[in-house]
Design a protein around this ligand. Structure first.
Ligand code: F6R
Length: 242
């Protein structure tokens, strides 16, 4: 695991550079997209490169990490709408090139298996962008998640629902209780993981991820076993590293 400590702008530049290299190198690149605050500066930087330098996402496939269960497609906080607004609609992805788990499926178990199949059929994810929760989750693999898990339904931890209440009028009761999330085993199959964490509220999770024992109680510690994981943190998020 490589750990890079830099300011938010530099972190975004490094991730955008890696994505740009991938897009130039591969004929059919596959990106793994995270929602949440952490990757926003990366999406802004990629959009800037698209507008200013013609960086193109035509021919690129994208797979989202997770989706709330039971939020209708019209809901602004449906992750599909969030990623569209924050990134996908700002560049030139082709229609249907970005997929997410279907949190409105009648059979969520079948939808989960179908999602893992779709990723495999696309050739797997070349570069997966990740954030980390204050409780150490990646995607929505909350503490206690199997390190070998596949895409499946998970119950969101109360801490995560509290953390995300800011997107739901600060009302935790409006935050869905369940999600569909790529499993830790699914995420570990991506060829390069780039995890971004900024702010002092992430310091304990970053400390556990980088320096703690590998444990399902801190799911992000699974990154220690990945052959190509890059952790990008600012000073505040790095403040508990030894
Ligand atoms: C979102 C996701 C989550 C977030 C994490 C951090 O798709 O998978 O794991 O990355 O909750 O969220 P932010 O970046 O908002 O602090």
């Amino acid at each position: 695991m490589e750990v890079i400590i830099a300011d938010d702008h530099e972190l975004a530049t490094l991730v955008a550079d890696a994505i740009e290299r991938l897009l130039h190198r591969e004929s059919a690149p596959v990106l793994g997209l995270a929602t949440g605050s952490s990757p926003l500066s990366v999406y802004d930087e990629l959009t800037r490169r698209h507008e200013d330098n013609g960086l193109s996402f035509a021919g690129v496939r994208g797979f989202m990490l997770d989706e709330y269960v039971g939020l209708p497609a019209s809901h602004p906080q449906c992750y599909r709408n969030v990623i569209d607004a924050e990134f996908v609609s700002r560049v030139d992805f082709e229609d249907g090139a970005v997929q997410g788990p279907n949190g409105m499926a009648g059979d969520l178990t079948a939808a989960s298996a179908e999602y893992d199949r779709a990723i495999a059929e696309a050739g797997g994810i070349d570069l997966q962008i990740l954030g980390i929760g204050t409780d150490g989750h990646i995607a929505f693999n909350e503490p206690g998640s199997s390190l070998a898990s596949r895409t499946r339904v998970k119950t969101l931890a109360h801490q995560t629902r509290m953390d995300n209440a800011r997107f739901f009028d600060d009302n935790v009761d409006q935050v869905p209780q369940h999600c569909l999330t790529q499993g830790l085993g699914t995420i570990m199959e991506a060829r390069h993981l780039m995890l971004i964490a900024t702010g002092g509220h992430k310091a304990e999770a970053v400390h556990q991820m980088v320096e703690g024992p590998i444990s399902s109680m801190w799911p992000a510690t699974v990154l220690q076993m990945h052959p190509h994981a890059t952790v990008l943190v600012d000073d505040a998020a790095a403040s508990r590293l030894q």
